[in-house]
Design a protein around this ligand. Structure first.
Ligand code: ADP
Ligand code: MG
Length: 772
């Protein structure tokens, strides 16, 4: 019974996983084969009635009630608006949302999720969500900025593959968990997208990689789960003056699950069965998670049992708004699978989530973008024009020359002023001497000046050179700074272009945007109204049901009898339906059990094979040591062997140390090798320890070494034959057998053969001993 969905109000209110069922039309092939429809859908009440084709016509149909049910006439856009659109809206507000399709292969999961991408009428949830997201951004208020990114992955055989990576076929990704962001895929590629066409390109690349991988590895895409994720980050200014903003991040997972059909039905064996076991594993893990969440008895929810459940952890019992679309086929031959899908869906609708808005999460890319843009802009402002190069000193000092005559005259004048007789030879001599002395001093000064001048001009030359160099490097710096500035400007432009804003996208006028918003909210209200009506109808049905059990007052006995007969009939009908249901569930349970047992048997056989290999080729004590070292790593989901160096020395039982060299030997040597060496085998090392012997298995030898003796014997035998031939007469040739038997040298031949055989045997023995 579809109860009320909302438990409490407000952003932290718990709400149930919304479950809708979609039944596809009978395919042409099914119509051609005369298959009959067994599904009856009441879209108003949200009910599905399904008849068991194995039972008689008059037996009651099994009824299920869901949030919404869609029949074969439902258009893609109707399903989108009623089922997916509210989730996408929530993601735009900062909630996490998941929409996943569950059902047997061929029931329309991919049709519902993707549909025909290029066709407006038949395109599915994913392309409609693309349009929705970017339309919402276009019509958003101007103070909001968005950053949208997309990733695409596939889970196949419990391995996660990045569908957007270049070598997606070979890269298996790991799952990680983080307190802030929950479970995530390490190193998963994601692309920032600026519009519908870009995100369509991302989808196309992923789909192509998926097909290539599928063909390359001979897989069936219906056996893998695919998850297309759109992350929408939105920053909104909360204080226009300070420029403070808050960031909300919504994550939308669009999941197309692997076919839910029982694998044993397909008769899979070997590798296929192995795959099937794992596919079943992740889907049955999903079922177990749902059961654990719904009955709530055990506190432990086995999310870790499969990659799928770990990745959907937040969507099931977490902080996500989740919609499950259960796809079914209408035909009779699908009865078992259809019932199984409906039961699965019926359980899922009781899962409670607590959606909440992701506000300012640590990993918001938008915050990083904004910080980076602000930093780059500041850098641009600070990057003024670098200083112009300083001019270097260019002036050079003037140099004057002293005149000897002038000095002489000066000395003459000085002497005269002192009253000296310049005509006397004594004075003449003094004048000459004094002048000479003065000249020498001037010359000395001149020398000094010249030297100082030389020094000065050298210094000036050096400084000029340095100044020139500085100018060149400053010019270069200037050029580099200009280039850097240009690069930063481009980067800012590029980053800003990735931030989407209502105003930028399409440049719509405010009133047009408001009108568009109105239309969208009207559509939303319409869908809500429909849901309300359906809830009312369901409520009425529920009340009618309760009235069935209520005690009534009757006016007459007849009234009572007729009313009670009616009730009895209804209850009998109900009893039969329930009885059938119990039988079917028991049957279903039995076959599920058989499937599981089959998996257990298969795994046991695998285990036995591995044990056989281990016990045949690895000594028991080695196995024990390895077992002791092995440790289960939850994170990596694998057994890890501790490094030998990490094993504690005191742990003698593990005996993990490398063997010591035997005394007198250069390196570790086995007992066998020691004995073999003593017996003369010069290369006995490690042979006893080898598991595989890489020696060639030689064919029997057919040519032999030249041996003069035996040739001599043969020659004698030939002579004897020729001799006897002559005796018997020409033309009368003896048969070859006779020759050897009757020939006198028969014994010689025999011993020759024996010799050769002996030699062969010896060679064989030698080969054998080297192998052992
Ligand atoms: P699944 O992904 O579950 O294996 P598909 O989406 O591939 O199934 O659907 C199988 C076929 O059924 C496709 O040819 C698809 O076009 C068709 N189909 C599925 N659902 C519908 C529907 N509601 N209306 C029309 N055709 C549908
Ligand atoms: Mg499919």
């Amino acid at each position: 019974m579809a109860g009320k969905k909302k438990v409490g109000v407000g952003s932290n209110a718990a709400e149930c996983v919304k479950v809708v069922v979609r039944c596809r039309p009978l395919s042409q092939g099914e119509v051609g084969d005369g298959k009959k429809g067994i599904v009856n859908i009441d879209t108003k009440l949200g009910q599905i009635a399904i008849k068991n084709p194995k039972l008689e016509e008059k037996e009651p149909a099994k009824n299920f009630t869901f949030d919404i049910v869609y029949n074969w006439n439902t258009e893609q856009i109707t399903l989108y608006q009623e089922t997916a659109s509210p989730i996408v809206d929530s993601c735009l507000e900062g909630y996490n949302g998941t929409i996943f399709c569950y059902g047997q292969t061929g029931t329309g999961k991919t049709f519902t999720m993707e549909g025909n991408l290029g066709d407006d009428k038949t395109k599915g949830i994913i392309p409609n969500a693309f349009d929705h997201v970017f339309r919402a951004i276009e019509t958003s208020q101007d103070d909001k900025k968005f950053l949208v990114r997309a990733s695409f992955l596939e889970i196949y055989n419990e391995e996660v593959r990045d569908l957007l990576s270049k070598n997606s076929a070979n890269t298996k990704l790991e799952l990680k968990e983080n307190v802030d962001t929950g479970v995530y895929v390490k190193n998963l590629t994601s692309f920032v997208v600026k519009g519908v066409s870009e995100i369509h390109n991302v989808l196309a690349v992923g789909k192509k990689n998926r097909t290539v991988g599928t063909t390359l590895m001979n897989r069936d895409s219906s056996r893998s789960h695919s998850i297309f994720t759109i992350v929408i980050e939105c920053s909104e200014t909360v204080n226009a003056d300070s420029g403070d903003s808050k960031i909300r991040v919504g994550k939308l997972n669009l999941v197309d699950l692997a076919g839910s059909e029982r694998q044993s039905k397909t008769g899979a064996t070997g590798e296929r069965l192995k795959e099937a076991t794992k596919i079943n594993l992740s889907l049955s893990a999903l079922g177990n998670v749902i059961s654990a969440l719904v009955d709530g008895r055990s506190g432990h929810i086995p999310y870790r049992d499969s990659k799928l459940t770990r990745l959907l952890q937040d969507s099931l019992g977490g902080n996500t708004k989740t919609v499950m679309v259960a796809n079914i086929g209408p035909a009779d031959y699908n009865y078992d699978e259809t019932m199984s899908t409906l039961r699965y869906a019926n359980r899922a609708k009781n899962i409670k989530n607590k959606p909440r808005i992701n506000e300012d999460p640590k990993d918001a890319m938008l915050r990083e973008f904004q910080t980076e843009i602000a930093r780059l802009k500041a850098q641009l402002q600070n990057a003024g024009n670098p200083e112009a190069p300083r001019a270097g000193p260019t002036e050079a000092a003037e140099v004057s020359q002293a005149d000897k005559e002038q000095i002489k005259r000066e000395v003459e004048q000085e002497m005269r002023s002192k009253g000296a007789d310049l005509l006397s030879p004594e004075s003449k001599r003094r004048l000459e001497e004094e002048s000479e002395e003065r000249c020498k001093e001037v010359a000395r000064n001149l020398m000094k000046e010249q030297e100082a001048l030389k020094e000065e001009s050298k210094r000036i030359a050096m400084e000029t050179e340095r100044a020139q160099q500085e100018t060149a490097s400053q010019q270069q710096q200037l050029e580099e700074a200009r280039k850097r500035k240009l690069a930063i400007e481009n980067r800012v432009k590029l980053m800003e272009a990735k931030l989407l804003q209502g105003e930028r996208r399409g440049g719509l006028l405010e009133d047009t945007k408001a009108k568009e918003r109105e239309v969208l909210s009207f559509q939303r209200k319409l869908a809500e109204r429909k849901m309300e009506e359906q809830e009312h109808a369901q409520k009425i049905a529920e009340l009618e049901e309760q009235a069935l059990y209520a005690e009534d007052n009757y006016a007459t006995v007849q009234d009572e009898a007729s009313s009670k007969t009616k009730k009895l009939k209804k209850l009998l009908h109900r009893y039969k339906a329930t009885k059938n249901e119990i039988e079917e569930v028991a049957c279903d349970f039995q076959s599920e059990k058989e499937d599981l047992l089959e998996s257990v048997r298969f795994l046991n056989r695998q285990l036995q094979l591995k044990n056989k290999i281990i016990s045949s080729f690895i000594p028991i004590e080695e196995t024990k040591k390895v077992m002791k070292r092995a440790q289960w790593d939850e994170e990596k989901d694998a057994w890890l062997l501790e490094r030998l160096s990490n094993v504690s020395e005191s742990d003698n039982s593990a005996n993990m140390k490398r063997p010591q060299s035997a005394s007198g030997a250069k390196r570790p040597v086995s007992e066998y090798a020691k004995v073999a060496a003593a017996l003369g085998d010069q290369n006995p090392r490690f042979k006893g320890e080898n598991i595989l012997v890489m020696e060639l298995d030689l064919p029997d030898r057919t040519t032999y070494d030249y041996d003069e003796d035996s040739v001599g014997d043969a020659q004698a035998a030939l002579d004897t034959i020729l001799h006897s031939e002559q005796r018997q007469g020409a033309g009368n040739i003896l048969p070859l057998d006779n020759i050897s038997v009757n020939s006198p040298s028969f014994t010689d031949d025999m011993s020759l053969k024996l010799k050769k055989d002996e030699k062969k045997k010896r060679m064989k023995m030698r080969r054998m001993s080297s192998i052992m």
